[in-house]
Design a protein around this ligand. Structure first.
Ligand code: NDP
Ligand code: OXD
Length: 306
């Protein structure tokens, strides 16, 4: 069995060594233009030329959870496309989102500024009942985040395409219940995949429906958010601020107002990193399962877009 590796912005050697160790019977090679055809590919942001040359692939394994960039390419017709299914990402996402929610709710950024200014001062405790958190997307990451938030006793709402029952989470589904979900929510967490249906989903019209003093946490994709609408709603006082990990252009251009806005915190697309060892173990297990024609989780539906 031949496996080809084509991951932009990724140090190839440790991945190749890990895949060779996990699949000792396989021939694992770094892709070069003109390389012989392989059975399976491990990819991140490959060029179109890669798929044009490797049109016989049976399996394409994306070393991330989001496949929006991959699905823009012309993919090999017979290939099963597989995304990372947690592989150590959900716990990181839960940490990131809980940290952002708690930091906002407890006003730790305000305390930090006070301390820097040499001020010993208290803020009035706020009621967590007034800080309903709404998680958009209740998949592998969103469900873990919703469960983690419950530990801190925040009211939690969840919105997904199909109806979901998660203990203690008020569930909303489909376009018909989206406005009710927004109106019931003060802190909005985005964990949707980027698809034609979800692009620009956080814009003036939708964000205006959040409860006054609303807060936005975007950890999915930059193109879910209309940047200028967010800034306008924060500056008008309808929204209290935002924590953003993902951006329309990454790295975020140096002159983008998000860098300096006092009510916006940013991080460089780091909320849930791909962990190499966990990912290699998962991908190797799935390659073997596909070879044995066994079912696997994490198969992407190109029509649905995730
Ligand atoms: P999943 O595919 O497991 O979950 C997606 C969820 O979104 C599902 O609940 C799905 O509904 C819901 N959904 C999809 N389309 C719609 C829609 N039109 N309306 C309502 N709900 C919808 O994805 P993951 O949880 O694994 O990952 C989510 C995203 O997080 C990734 O696509 C990626 O973009 C981003 N990500 C960001 C990272 C970072 O570091 N910032 C790291 C990893 C991922 P249903 O359950 O009904 O199918
Ligand atoms: C992912 C990501 O999709 O890192 O896994 O954003």
């Amino acid at each position: 069995m031949k496996i080809t590796f084509c991951c932009t912005d990724t140090k190839a050697e440790p991945w190749l060594a890990g895949l060779r160790a996990a699949l000792p019977a396989a021939q694992v090679e770094l892709w070069q233009p003109g390389a012989p055809p392989a059975d399976h590919a491990v990819v991140w942001a490959p060029p179109q030329q890669f798929f044009d040359e490797q049109s016989q692939l049976k399996g394409v394994f994306n070393i991330g959870a989001g496949v929006d960039a991959l699905l823009k390419l012309r993919l090999p017709p017979r290939a099963t496309v597989v995304r990372l299914d947690d592989a150590g990402m959900s716990v990181q996402m839960a940490e990131y989102v809980c940290h952002a929610v708690i930091r906002h709710f407890r006003e730790f950024d305000g305390y930090e500024a006070d301390v820097k200014a040499g001020k010993w001062s208290y803020r009035k405790p706020r009621s967590r009942a007034d800080f309903a958190v709404g998680v958009m997307g209740l998949g592998v990451l969103g469900e873990r985040v919703a469960r983690a938030l419950q530990v801190f006793e925040f009211p939690v709402n969840g919105w997904s395409r199909s109806a979901k029952t998660i203990d203690g989470v008020r569930g909303f589904s489909g376009a018909a219940q989206f406005n009710d979900f927004l109106r019931a929510t003060r802190v909005l967490v985005n964990l949707l995949p980027l698809t034609p249906d979800t692009r620009d989903i956080m814009r003036r019209e939708t964000l205006s429906k959040l409860q006054p003093g609303g807060y936005v946490i975007n950890v999915a994709r930059g193109a879910h958010l209309v940047d200028d609408d967010l800034i306008a709603l924060i500056d008008s006082g309808h929204l209290a601020g935002a924590t953003l990990d993902v951006f329309r252009t990454e790295p975020l251009p140096g002159d983008h107002p998000f860098w300096r806005h006092p009510k916006i915190s940013i991080t460089p697309h780091t909320s849930a990193r791909t962990l190499r060892d966990e990912s290699i173990a998962q991908i190797a297990g799935k390659i073997m399962a596909l070879e044995r024609a066994e079912p696997i989780a994490g198969i992407v539906d190109p029509v649905r877009g995730y």
